[in-house]
Design a protein around this ligand. Structure first.
Ligand SMILES: NC(=O)C1=CN([C@@H]2O[C@H](COP(=O)(O)OP(=O)(O)OC[C@H]3O[C@@H](n4cnc5c(N)ncnc54)[C@H](O)[C@@H]3O)[C@@H](O)[C@H]2O)C=CC1
Ligand SMILES: CC(C)CC(=O)C(=O)O
Ligand SMILES: [Mg+2]
Length: 406
């Protein structure tokens, strides 16, 4: 699997290191050929999928940061940039070209910007950029989507919540990513027996899909503060009744993890009322999608949250949780930190390169400490910068942190 499970091979045999993580990502075709800061030891193939809207802007910045952090750590990358989403639709007529899917599957890790935009909003379903993303996630079998949401001390003022409610929030949302209503059959728009149009989607989960994501969540909680909250809608949905039953049945295998259950409507409210109660949340595809956008505002902005999508084997997929933000695309206003931190997750969870990942996290904190802020996280007294300048500042911070002995 991507590196989340790399050291111990299977979900069942993961060895847990006690204690709490404190890093930003929660704790875990061209080459750099010039003399590296330390001797080149490893080389990785990275599939780069910029996508649409602000995707290319944030990917261009994050790629430079990834390159530099790798260089400083003696890593070499072969980047293969491939068309994806609306960009691919315009180029070859499909959102996920075969070549892009193959490049992603053959890579060591995939770094993705975002897809979608007004231009393709009225396309037929199979010709929408978003379907390309769903298919990519399925092709890569990345069922476990880790979405850390941490309120950084530097950004407490940018939170939507009052300082005393926001400070100290540090949670991990474990979202099931390749099942549920986004994929369930039957789906589509048909005509019913009265001749009326009906839109149909199906929330469906097999027991094994629930078990494997629940195990990831239990293992994640175990490495954090030992609290897992499973979010569902088991008071009305059959798929949620099975979800709750399967998650509860696994609890005896993780006696060190305190399991609770919460209905999703209450969870949406509790996230705003008292977010510090959450350590690890496990939930289905659609609830995780929605709750993580909500959680992002506690941290200051959706432009801050990275993600790692992992499967049992093969490359992981790393992307910010936000979309293509067509309202600010092409204006150099996007916050690139979510994508930069996704690159850190790529290094940590995708390649097992924790030191290089830490360099990026430290550099992000350093740039924030120096007061650099994009518009979405700006507060008075700080320095307003655009996407590119924020990237340059993170690069400078990376530079200044090269160990003196190298
Ligand atoms: N993973 C992906 O590629 C995703 C794609 N989408 C697609 O993106 C398009 C736009 O969707 P929306 O619902 O507007 O969601 P969005 O996440 O793109 O934007 C929502 C709001 O957040 C702001 N925002 C997002 N990322 C930001 C960043 N890095 N820095 C500063 N502000 C940022 C936007 O300007 C906008 O006001 C749609 O086509 C949607 O389907 C949406 C979510 C995820
Ligand atoms: C196409 C959507 C399912 C993408 C999204 O909103 C997400 O993964 O957060
Ligand atoms: Mg979303």
């Amino acid at each position: 699997m991507a590196a989340f499970f790399q050291t111990n091979m299977t979900l069942d045999s993961i060895k847990i290191v006690p204690g709490r993580y404190s890093s930003l990502t929660d704790r875990a075709p061209y080459r750099i050929r010039c003399a590296a800061a330390s001797p080149v030891k490893k080389r990785y193939n990275i599939a780069l999928l910029p996508g649409d809207g602000i995707g290319p802007e944030v990917i261009s910045v994050a790629k430079n940061v990834l390159e530099k952090a790798g260089f400083l750590q003696g890593l070499e990358f072969d980047f293969q940039e491939m068309p994806f989403g609306g960009a691919a639709l315009d180029l070859v007529g499909v959102p996920l070209p075969e070549e892009t899917s193959t490049a992603a599957k053959q890579s060591d890790a995939v770094l993705l910007g975002a897809i979608g935009g007004y231009k393709w909003d009225k396309n037929e379903k199979h010709l929408r950029p978003e379907m390309g993303l769903l298919h990519l996630r399925r092709d890569l079998k990345v069922f476990a989507n880790l979405r850390p949401a941490t309120v950084l001390p530097q950004l407490v003022d940018a939170s939507t919540l009052k300082k005393e409610v926001a400070q100290g929030v540090d949670m991990m949302i474990v979202r099931e990513l390749t099942g549920g209503i986004y994929f369930g059959e039957p789906r589509g728009i048909t005509i019913d027996e009265n001749g009326e149009e009906v839109g149909v989607n199906t929330e469906i989960y097999a027991a094994h899909e629930i078990d494997r994501i629940a195990r990831v969540a239990f293992e994640t909680a175990r490495k954090r503060r030992g609290k897992l909250c499973s979010v569902d809608k088991a008071n009305v949905l059959d798929a949620s009744i099975l979800w709750r039953k399967r998650v509860a049945a696994l609890a005896s295998e993780y006696p060190d993890v305190e399991l609770s259950h919460m209905y999703v409507d209450n969870a949406a409210m509790q996230l705003i009322r008292y977010p510090k109660q959450f350590d690890t949340i496990v939930t289905n595809n659609i609830f995780g999608d929605i709750l993580s956008d909500e959680a992002s505002m506690i941290t200051g902005s959706i432009g801050m949250l990275p993600s790692a999508s992992l499967g049992e084997s093969g490359p992981g997929l790393f992307e910010p949780i936000h979309g293509s933000a067509p309202d600010i695309a092409g204006q150099d206003k996007a916050n690139p930190l979510a994508t930069i931190l996704s690159a850190a997750m790529l290094l940590k969870y995708g390649l097992g390169e924790e030191k290089a990942a830490k360099r990026i996290e430290d550099a992000v904190l350093d740039a924030l400490n120096k007061g650099f802020r994009t518009g979405d996280i700006y507060s008075p007294g700080n320095k307003l910068v655009g996407c590119k300048e924020m990237g340059e500042e993170v690069l400078k911070s990376l530079d200044s942190k090269v160990p003196a002995t190298v």
